[in-house]
Design a protein around this ligand. Structure first.
Ligand code: KG4
Ligand code: ZN
Length: 335
């Protein structure tokens, strides 16, 4: 059997990552994060591009070395085409193109959100098609029906903020540094999720809204700190637990609705917010309660990583979906 060896690169935001995949098995998934953004309270696009430029060669090198692969073994080079920060995407795209050209191998352009969904095909225990996927990241919140690896259908999405933004923006109100999602998760473990109640939006169909939550947390904190200046400090873990609980309820309510509408009972989650321990636990619990089969990618394949780009590229390779050298990255999200 011929081995198909793919080198994949992800550089859409502030993570530079490279992965080697042979016949659909991920042999390496190396990720270099960027710490320069911390003091600015968010990702600074220009600084992200520069850091990608510094990281990309060593990251690719490490991914190849870890997989015990040489350049000559590579059958195709894949990269994240969209969506993301344009300057960041350009670094990965230009690198992948140069490499494909030098090696005289095909180029594969991958959509970042499709890749988040297909991260669920990396572990040995995989969902059957069709499956539902709740994709929750810093920029997106979607419910997707995966009919096949390359045929995904978005059946619901956020009308304003993404779930990751809801975590990060409320974390900021609580005085936590960016990105606040992982910290809210950490503190929530010690807090009481029922202590504070925040309104849940009434949004039709399978769509989501998170901007109201941010506003209701803001007004609540303003009212409380007026009378008790130390309110946030004294209630931090309960505030984190209550906010997280509200976000998870909003998400799982729509997953339940999607199951009712589609009859599909294989449920996956994907994207940075799927690293959230509360969401992971509550999805599993909902699965037990409702008789769903649930799938949760390992942590390293939840937040941005090239492993998910590699697995997606593998299916595109099998289907003969290659990109030509004129392909350019796009900041926008259209599939
Ligand atoms: O998928 P991702 O790494 O990048 C995008 O494509 O956006 O997602 C990043 C988002 C951020 O909003 C971050 O706060 C959130 O995922 N996140 C978490 C956790 N880990 C990452 N949110 C809640 N709990 C976590 N453990
Ligand atoms: Zn992402």
């Amino acid at each position: 059997e011929k081995q198909i060896c793919i080198l994949a690169i992800e550089s859409s935001c502030d993570e530079t990552s490279a992965s080697v995949c042979i016949n659909g098995e991920i042999l390496s998934n190396h990720i270099a994060g960027q710490t320069v953004h911390e003091r600015y309270g968010g990702v600074v696009p220009e600084l992200a591009s520069r850091a990608h430029m510094q990281n990309i060669v060593p990251v690719v090198h490490t991914a190849l070395a870890t997989a015990k692969c040489s350049m000559q073994d590579i059958d195709a080079v894949a990269f994240t085409q969209a969506p993301g920060l344009i300057g960041s995407l350009l670094v990965g795209a230009q690198f992948a193109k140069s490499m494909a050209l030098a090696l005289d191998k095909p180029l594969i352009a991958v959509h970042h959100m499709q890749a988040h969904v297909l991260a669920n095909l990396i572990p040995e225990e995989r969902p059957e098609f069709p499956f539902l996927c709740l994709t929750v990241s810093g920029g997106h919140t979607q419910i997707v029906v995966a009919h096949s690896p390359l045929r995904l259908e978005v059946i619901g999405e956020t009308i304003d903020d993404a779930a990751g933004e809801a975590f990060d923006k409320t974390a900021k109100l609580l005085g936590l540094p960016y990105p606040g999602g992982p910290l809210v998760d950490k503190y929530a473990k010690e807090g009481n999720p029922e202590k504070f109640k925040f309104a849940e939006p009434q949004i039709p169909e399978l769509n989501f809204s998170f901007s109201g939550l941010k506003t209701s947390v803001l007004y609540f904190l303003q009212a409380q700190t007026k009378e008790h200046p130390d309110f946030i400090k004294e209630n931090l873990v309960d505030l984190c637990a209550s906010v997280q609980h509200t976000i998870i309820r909003i998400l799982l309510k729509k997953v339940k609705k999607a199951v009712q509408q589609t009859g599909i009972r294989q449920i996956c989650i994907a994207g940075g917010v799927s690293a959230n321990s509360g969401l992971r636990a509550q999805l599993q619990e909902a699965g037990r309660k409702h008789g769903w089969k649930t799938f949760i990618p390992p942590f390293q394949y939840c937040t941005d990583n090239a492993g998910m780009i590699a697995i997606t590229a593998y299916y595109k390779y099998l289907a003969g979906q290659f990109a030509d050298m004129e392909v350019s990255p796009s900041a926008r999200s259209e599939w």
